[in-house]
Write a protein that binds this ligand. Structure first.
Ligand SMILES: Nc1ncnc2c1ncn2[C@@H]1O[C@H](COP(=O)(O)OP(=O)(O)OP(=O)(O)O)[C@@H](O)[C@H]1O
Ligand SMILES: [Mg+2]
Length: 223
């Protein structure tokens, strides 16, 4: 246990890092996993979301362990959370290479949200390179995809194998749920957005060796 640390990183600002981190964390927790969330971003968006969650629903409800730390402390926080969590999700800042590198280094899997735009795509190379140099497997998740545009086709062609099967559409509920400190799987469990996030959860679980998730099989069947 304890080898399931997922870093969400992407040099480009506004790509969807915090969105992916929050909804993924909630959905994993709903499946019975003990989830830790670490905000390494000085902007503190995820911390803000978590604060609203605590204030609205009380500490017991959140189902998440939470920490907001600066980059140099992320290693010790991960080690601490590994004692009590099945999954740890790290949300990282844009632009700051040292912070992002530290966060990526701590992960067993890097998730890179990419919006189908040339600038997002170009910015992704630096993040992927960082993961490669650290020997961390990376998966790109297409975010805010609505139509099968030419650029989506180009991305699919260029990045085959590195993409998650799941892609997230542009949906207001992703932002609305965060505003109230929740995840889409809590707000509307049968909505298309919740289905996308559940599909991401499945992929993430499958990414890690089976024996590591067996203890949670009962919880999985309930979900
Ligand atoms: N799939 C989506 N559908 C609709 N809105 C989205 C989606 N993904 C992200 N957004 C919105 O886009 C904005 C940026 O998303 P988010 O904050 O998750 O990006 P980020 O990569 O964490 O940004 P930063 O680099 O500043 O940390 C937010 O307003 C968020 O609500
Ligand atoms: Mg963010």
């Amino acid at each position: 246990m304890g080898q399931r640390v997922i870093t969400v990183a992407q040099q480009k600002g506004g790509a969807g890092k915090t969105t992916v981190a929050a909804h993924l964390a909630v959905a994993l927790s709903q499946r019975g996993f003990r989830v830790g969330v670490i905000d390494v971003d000085p902007q503190g968006s995820l911390s803000h979301w978590h604060r609203i969650r605590e204030e609205r629903f009380g500490e017991d409800y959140t189902g998440l362990q939470f920490a907001s730390v600066s980059g140099w402390r992320v290693g010790s926080e991960v080690s601490r959370m590994k004692r009590t969590c099945d999954f740890i999700i790290i949300d990282s800042p844009p632009h700051v290479e040292t912070e992002a590198r530290t966060a990526i280094r701590q992960g067993n899997l890097l998730l890179v949200p990419v919006q189908p735009s040339p600038t997002d795509l170009w910015a992704t190379q630096a993040t992927l390179q960082l993961a490669k140099s650290e020997g961390i497997p990376a998966r790109i998740i297409l975010n805010r995809v609505n139509n099968k545009s030419r650029i989506v086709e180009m991305i699919e062609k260029e990045l085959t194998g590195a993409l998650t099967k799941t892609r997230l559409a542009n949906r207001v509920i992703y932002a609305a749920a965060l505003m109230e400190g929740r995840g889409v799987t809590e707000v509307e469990p049968t909505s298309p957005a919740a289905i996308e996030i559940k599909s991401l959860v499945k992929e993430v679980i499958q990414f890690f060796p089976k024996e590591e998730v067996e203890e949670d099989e009962d919880a999985l069947e309930m979900a």
